[in-house]
Ligand binder design. Sequence first.
Ligand SMILES: [Cu+2]
Length: 69
Amino acid sequence: MTQVQLQVPEVHCDHCKSSLEGAVGALDGVDTVEVTVADATIDVAFDEGSVGLDAIKTTIENQGYSVVA
Ligand SMILES: [Cu+2]
């Protein structure tokens, strides 16, 4: 399992948290995902054999947020 933390600067409320956690959590291979609104971060644990970091970033961007690695 790989664990990453990404900065998602536009996250500002619980709606952002739930939409991002829902979208990223729906990806095959993602084990856990947690958005911390106060820090504008997303912590993702995932299986690199099933899903790549690029796919996770793309999913976040498709929700309308930019990602700072
Ligand atoms: Cu929001």
